[in-house]
Design a protein around this ligand. Structure first.
Ligand code: BYC
Length: 483
């Protein structure tokens, strides 16, 4: 490793990329900074901006001790630019340039391809903050509120990471793209965010936990694929972002698990063994398991769409170019060129689901999606273990890949979560058994009452097993009463 992990912490923008001696980029970022703060105040978390929040701040890129915890007001968070250490002698691990030294500058022929990927990645970061902006006022505990704000400030840092790459490596069009990242807005009619799931609303905390469990995990997979890039600054940036991303998925997976646990506890206490006694269970002030399953169906499939079409020339081109790899590319044992390989995919054609072998290069989105599904099933196992611990006869499952899809071969097909092809009429009759209905959403929203006393939790969620940074159960994660 080259010794380039020294962090400049006394500049406006903490960084380990020697910004103080890179006047052009420093100036560009300082110019972008006020617009970012305005955006954060206008479209970031509503309320609590003047409160002290117990937040983790990245101060280093060493494996151990990369973060410090302290009370911070969110607008004063130190959003830094931190790249994982450069690996000496790293070579491009896949594609037509395999074995060549990685690029420290953008190769001209791949400039627009790289810019597009960086802009898409950058666009998702502020989008998720915008989606979650109203949640603070209904937090089920101070612990959860703190976790929400932690996720938010770190997504803000991830935006900075992409903006740095745009400003440093893409000249005036990079500058323009950086400005546009603050202009598009989640859910806007005129200038929406670029990818589907980032224009959906996150109206309640179960949605937030599902989003961080499922959609942040797409983030993990995409960052892992970009971390393989032959463009070394992108690879290093993504490698460090992955360090923070792990906590976001923990918030989601553990959040959903705590919701499930509270439901099971309440059912056992009330002597209800049938998980489908929905009205009785809801009267206990908890969310019934079938409704949680519907939320899984929704968020998993919205996240599948984020992988793009199963067959994609874009994906083949970025791979052959050495710009975007596969999940854990260097651990895979094949030629890393893939021109002669095939990959199994499903295709929906003339009302039938057909299994076929496709070009491995063209199927790279599908392969990454399959890796995502494998990764996700670990969460499913943990959630089901919680249900089994209470001896309740219910098993959560991931729906069939063709269910509820808006991108790819299954676009708008009427297929049930178990993979049955339905007539239009049956789909319309059944769909509220598969996806949250208006009533389900109203019920969930009716539970969203804030709990702001340290150590206390809303009726529908259990306390976490451990505090953040080993803090005790009644720790005041957000100082609500101090100005
Ligand atoms: N919505 O060949 P296709 C995260 C477009 S999340 C709307 O099928 P491709 C995070 C596509 O852009 C990770 N449009 O797909 C999580 C293309 O349009 P153009 C974010 C879509 O290009 C939580 C056309 O359809 N990072 O970090 O192979 C919180 C045909 O494209 C969608 C990345 O995604 C969609 N769902 O793959 C915070 C990595 N899907 O260009 C953060 C960068 C496709 O023809 N992005 N389209 O107008 C990529 O690698 C790829 O662009 C995609 C799409 C995987 C997104």
């Amino acid at each position: 490793m080259l010794n380039n992990s020294q962090v400049e912490y006394d500049t406006l923008i903490p960084n380990n990329v020697s910004l103080s001696s890179d006047r052009r980029v420093l100036k560009a970022l300082e110019k972008w900074h006020p617009g970012y703060i305005d955006w954060w105040k206008d479209l970031g978390p509503v309320g609590f901006q003047d409160k002290l929040v117990y937040l983790r701040t990245a101060i280093n890129v060493d494996k151990d001790g990369w973060a410090t915890f302290d009370y911070v007001k969110m607008p004063e968070y130190r959003w830094g630019i931190l790249l994982a250490p450069q690996k000496e002698g790293r070579t491009i691990p896949f594609g037509d340039h395999i074995g060549e030294p990685v690029w420290q500058e953008v190769p001209g022929e791949y400039r627009s391809m790289l810019r597009r990927l960086i802009v898409i990645q950058g666009d998702t970061e502020p989008a998720s903050i915008e989606q979650q902006r109203y949640l603070g006022s209904t937090a089920p505990s101070l612990y959860d509120m703190r976790n929400l704000f932690q996720v938010n400030v770190e997504e803000g840092r991830h935006l900075w990471a992409m903006v740095y790459l745009l400003q440093k490596y893409f000249g005036s069009d990079g500058r323009e793209e950086a400005n546009d990242l603050l202009k598009r807005q989640s859910g806007s009619e005129d200038a929406p965010r670029m990818l589907g799931a980032f224009n959906e609303s996150t109206p309640d905390w179960l949605s937030f936990f599902m989003f961080t469990a499922f959609t942040d995990r797409d983030g993990k997979m995409q960052l892992e694929a970009l971390a393989q890039s032959g463009f070394d600054p992108l690879s290093r940036t993504c490698r460090f972002m992955l360090t923070e991303e792990a906590h976001h998925m923990f918030v989601g997976e553990n959040g959903v698990r705590r919701v499930i646990k509270k439901t099971c506890e309440a059912m056992v206490k009330a002597g209800i063994s049938d998980p489908f006694e929905i009205d009785k269970i809801r009267e206990l002030g908890v969310i019934d398991l079938p409704t949680i399953q519907k939320k899984i169906n929704l968020h998993y499939t919205l996240s599948l769409d984020l992988f793009g079409s199963e067959i994609s020339t874009n994906a083949a081109n970025t791979y052959s170019a050495g710009v975007k790899g596969r999940f854990w590319e260097t651990k895979i044992k094949d030629d890393h060129i893939l021109k002669n390989d095939t990959y199994p995919i499903l295709e929906y054609s003339n009302g039938k689901i057909i299994k076929k072998q496709e070009s491995a290069l063209l199927s790279l989105n599908m392969r990454l999606r399959d890796d995502y599904t494998k990764d996700t099933s670990v969460s499913m196992k943990r959630w089901n273990r919680t249900i089994q611990d209470f001896q309740i006869n219910f098993e959560m499952s991931l729906p069939f890949e063709g269910f509820n899809r808006k991108i790819g071969t299954f676009i708008n097909a009427n297929i049930s979560p178990s993979g049955d092809i339905l007539s239009e009429e049956n789909w319309n009759k059944e769909k509220h058994k598969f996806l949250p209905s208006k009533d389900d959403n109203y019920f969930i929203e009716s539970l969203m009452k804030p709990v702001l006393e340290p150590g206390k939790y809303a009726s529908w969620i259990s306390a976490p097993d451990l505090g953040i940074d080993n803090k005790p159960g009644d720790f005041e994660y957000v100082k609500i009463h101090d100005a």
